[in-house]
Ligand binder design. Structure first.
Ligand SMILES: Nc1ncnc2c1ncn2[C@@H]1O[C@H](COP(=O)(O)OP(=O)(O)OP(=O)(O)O)[C@@H](O)[C@H]1O
Ligand SMILES: [Mg+2]
Length: 338
């Protein structure tokens, strides 16, 4: 990884519910390098969007950030944005860090022409006048391959893929250093999905921003990310280079994820999936959170809390059994050979 653009340290986020506080994000720590694409994966409800909204400080009650630091390099050293006042955060948000929401298709206001949605963001954060803001909006449309003469159209006059590109263009408007993309291409067909991701990747190469990329589509994530973090029940359980994480996993959950979809190039193998259901966050077990679904569970897993740590050359895992520098893939290959 290059120099960190953002360092998330022990982030904790709770939801207040009628049954008590639920910790949806527990002690999550990771860095995203400058110009790096960091993928965040894990099954539905594991806390990915909660992390994303908390980093933008756009989380809404009943959610609250109960701990942690988020150090962001704004060009003049790293600052903890969790300590920013609401006013400071209002200036920071969109200009330094922006977000494409999970429901990006609905993120545009249906009754306001596109041009006003662009100029509103630009004029609120810069000293550009209306004319200059419209010029910038035209430029942004061109960047995402939409003709600038469409600027006065309303959202419903664009296709889903185009609306998605408009939302990405708004996220790019102020040249942020980090863009959070929460399922940026869900609900689009696979061809358009790939086109949009290729466009985002080309823009990243051109402008040098970093990306936090959240998607359920693991093959797209592996293709477009430099490193990937896997979340389970509110915790980060494994972090590794994209090319390694599914090929040489150290955590049984990641191994299960990798065995849940077919390989395009490898030999045919039975898809295993992961038995059991996600944890109820109100009933956390002692020890490892994955123990009830883990086929390798041992005594230590039931007793001792897990801790994400380096298991080999920057490959992080919180599995108690990830010792001795041997990934599960290696262990299984050796077992099969006996
Ligand atoms: N308003 C809320 N009140 C209580 N709990 C909530 C609330 N919003 C989310 N949660 C809980 O927080 C946890 C994390 O939710 P989050 O939306 O971050 O998951 P996710 O990983 O983004 O899932 P998905 O892949 O489905 O988008 C879930 O267990 C969810 O039930
Ligand atoms: Mg989500």
């Amino acid at each position: 990884m290059t120099i960190p653009q953002i360092s998330i340290r022990n982030l904790c986020v709770d939801y207040i519910t009628a049954d008590g506080d639920v910790r949806a994000v527990n002690n999550v720590s990771f860095d995203i390098g400058k110009g790096e694409v960091f993928g965040l994966a894990g099954e539905s409800g594991c806390g990915k969007s909660t992390v994303a909204f908390s980093l933008m400080r756009l989380h809404k009650p009943p959610a609250y950030i109960s701990g942690g630091e988020v150090l962001f390099d704004d060009g003049n050293g790293a600052k903890d944005i969790m300590k920013y006042s609401d006013g400071e955060m209002g200036i920071f948000r969109w200009s330094e860090m922006s977000m494409v929401f999970q429901s990006a298709m609905n993120a545009l206001n249906p009754v306001i022409p596109i041009v006003d949605q662009f100029t509103d963001v630009i004029m609120r954060h810069t000293d550009k006048n209306k004319y200059e803001a419209v010029k910038r909006a035209e430029q942004l449309l061109q960047i995402v391959d939409i003709h600038p003469n469409r600027l006065s159209d309303y959202p419903h006059q664009f296709s889903g893929g185009m609306r998605q590109r408009l939302v990405i263009a708004i996220a790019l408007a102020l040249n942020p250093k980090l863009i959070i993309m929460d399922e940026p291409t869900t609900a689009l067909d696979v061809v358009v999905q790939r086109e949009i991701l290729q466009k985002i990747y080309a823009l990243k190469e051109e402008f040098g921003f970093s990306i936090l990329f959240i998607t359920h589509d693991l093959s797209l994530m592996v293709e477009f990310s430099d490193r990937i973090g896997i979340m389970y029940s509110g915790e980060l359980i494994e972090v590794a280079a994209a090319k390694d994480i599914l090929e040489r996993p150290y955590h049984p959950y990641t191994h299960g994820l990798g065995s849940s979809f077919p390989s395009l190039t490898g030999p045919k193998a039975e898809l295993k999936g992961i038995p059991g259901n996600p944890l109820n966050l109100l009933e956390l077990p002692q020890g490892c959170r994955f123990q009830a679904r883990c086929e390798r569970v041992t005594d230590i897993c039931r007793r001792k809390a897990t801790q994400l740590r380096d298991v080999q050359d920057g490959h992080l895992s919180n599995c108690h059994l990830a010792v001795g520098g041997q990934s599960i893939a290696v262990v299984e290959t050796e077992a099969a050979a006996v």
